[in-house]
Design a protein around this ligand. Sequence first.
Ligand code: MSP
Length: 517
Amino acid sequence: MNKKFYVTTPIFYVNAAPHLGHAYADVIADTLARWHRGIGERTFFLSGTDEHGAKIVRAAQKAGMPISDFVEERRDEFKQLLIALGALNDDFIYTSDSERHWPGAAALWKKLVDAGDLYKATYKGLYCVGHEAFVTEKDLADGKCADHNQAPEEIAEENYFFRLSKYRDRIKSAIISGEMSIQPASRKKEILAFLEEGVEDISFSRPSKDISWGIQVPDDHEHTMYVWADALTNYISVLGYGRSDDANFKTFWPADAHIIGKDILRFHAVIWPGMLLSAGLPLPKMLLVTGMIRSGGQKMSKTIGNVVDPFECINEYGKDAFRYFLLREIPFGEDGDFTSERFHDVYEGNLAHGMGNLVSRTSAMIIKYFDGQITKPKVESLAGVPTRRGGDGEVSLDHYFDNNIAKEFSRAMSEYRITDAITLLSSFFSLLDGYIQDYEPYRLIKTDPDKTKTVLWNVAIHIIRASRLLESFMPDTATKMMRVFGANIKMAENIDVIKIEPCGSIFPSKSDESKAD
Ligand code: MSP
């Protein structure tokens, strides 16, 4: 039976419109899903929206809309974003879905009850609506939550508590042993240090009279489930956990990778495994923790007016350019910065003048010198034109591609080193540029047409080969690049003829456009 691969994005709060940070998780998950699907694994890629809780209720009130209309409208924007990004998610879950999500949330809650891990107690504390979590004095600066610049609310009420403290040691050992890995290592260290300080039981419900927009606690409708208890369950409710048809749950759980931002690490690395352990379920295999993307060096905020709208950027530059920027220019796992200037420079440099130019130059020469068609040269003649820039001496491009690119690329992808993988590909495209410069087919044609053909064959066939790997990152570009050379993703690797199908510029230069205006 084929291996399976289950990858998730966080489910997004619908209180605000989708922004760059949300698009980032979508793009990473899609890239991983495409790769695993491409290597024949049974892949399930999930995204969705987090629609309960005080934060959403207030946003709907502010918008003057009935809450169900409000969440539906916003949910649609998140679905549209996935489409705009070219993301092929297999499902989309939302927490207000009483048919598909609630049974799973209720079933998991009951498991926690059966394990004796839920008890009632009075809670007194400070609740930050921005976080949808209780905070302590040390999380505050001048009496306000440092992340949300908002004073927390004082709450004293009877809640259900989850006996999280009981699972601290088990969670710790699962992280240390790699049963539940956390990448990058700095985040693993951070969470282990956090666990070291001790873990307290947490409030797991709110009175329904105060918060009714949520899932009621099974058998006690005076209480509504804590939003995070409700939300985290999405990863299994979608697979049919707690419903009669749970075949997907049996196939796909545990998740292979949860993509999360560093701000929601504790929920995923402590509360979620606590719940799963209490219910006797396996833990996710990997938490892939991304950094935060700032905009122009600052946290994105409506007040500053620097929130990056992914739709705008995609409309102007295309989805693949946007994907490329996020995957290549924001080092995976680290914080990054987005500015339109930098985006523009990367587009012009790496895409329009880099990848795009390589394809148009190569195809134009094949058209000009060989009427748009070349056949595979003989082995001796291929061996006669080694790559000069591989850093490997006189090796053939084939050998270089197999050993230094394809193999390394697979390794990077299987180790979730996404930025490394795409960097390998873009460096290979630069190598092909250098190869053309070294052999100068535009001069060589005058003296040695056969050798010129071999040089162009080598470049074209390696653009095709690299495009097959690029597909996970830049699906449309990869398809176009293959199509120019008469190939497609389904074709076997052993191509005998390359026939050019001219197409316009893959990445039209935006600078030229503005000059022309
Ligand atoms: N609803 C919760 C997640 C529940 S998962 C069971 C939530 N939603 S969110 O919409 O606020 O954030 C979703 C994801 O977007 C988080 O992983 C968060 O880290 C990420 N990002 C939000 N802003 C971001 C940036 N500026 N940069 C990168 N990622 C960011 O949290």
